[in-house]
Design a protein around this ligand. Sequence first.
Ligand code: ATP
Ligand code: MG
Length: 294
Amino acid sequence: CEHRLSDFEKIKVLGHGNGGTVYQVRHRRTGSVYALKTLTADDSLRRRQIAREVEILRSTDSPTVVHCHGVIPTPSGDTALLLEFMDAGSLESLLTRRGLPFPESAISGIAHQVLLGLSHLHSRQIVHRDIKPGNLLVNAAGEIKIADFGVSKIMRRSLDPCVSYVGTCAYMSPERFDPDSYGGNYDAYAADVWSLGLTVLELHLGHFPLLPPGQRPDWATLMCAICFGEPPELPETASSDFRDFIRRCLQKESSKRWSVAQLLAHPFIAGRDKEESDLHFREIISPVTAAVES
Ligand code: ATP
Ligand code: MG
């Protein structure tokens, strides 16, 4: 159904990004709460990106992807996306708030949910290209959904091998920095697996894995770490399944990286204790949702 901006009142700002601002809003008549993401199109590249984000959100209907309830034009000519509100925030905000790494059991369940989301996207020829803790959103039911298709790519459209410097470079795979040395025709989907590996590792280490804690990333340091360094690994205190899972994701050569389907069958995922994993994830979420309710 058609929505107008005046149907909603702003509750608060949820986040700022490259693209614009995300607000928590309430529908005045129904009282339903949503997230409203405003996107400013200042040039034609941005306009194309926004059109792609809208198209992907409209074409995906999965419990593993943040649902878009509508697209609302604003009086200033911007676009606003009316999104399902994810009341426990992002994995990034959960990690910061907790101030401690996540236990391995919770991480296996998180990785499982994100893999299901990636499987859905990849089966529709969509490469997300910006998988990171801040783009994985959580709700009180313990669901994790992939958000932010601002730099995603629909592969069926074009034959060019997905080579452009978009996305958060910190989580970018080696072949996206230097496509020529990889023959230029690598598997574009494998880039999401690299980013998933870094994301999962970050949840266990408590900081971005390629830099010492607290160091601000700059392009040159990151590119050196990603392209010339050895891929980061888990400490020996982690289980052998978990360490192997990370190794399968963080292969520098994209052809050696496991696919999403293979990773779903990995012992770290398929062999996890589901109940323990859910319980531990709920323990991470509940302080946040309790604070929202009070
Ligand atoms: P960035 O450039 O930082 O990736 P962005 O402009 O592309 O950001 P998003 O990643 O979609 O925008 O959203 C930015 C932040 O806003 C998220 O990290 C999250 O904290 C919050 N946010 C976005 N969408 C929602 C939602 N549907 N429910 C709750 N919070 C949300
Ligand atoms: Mg984002």
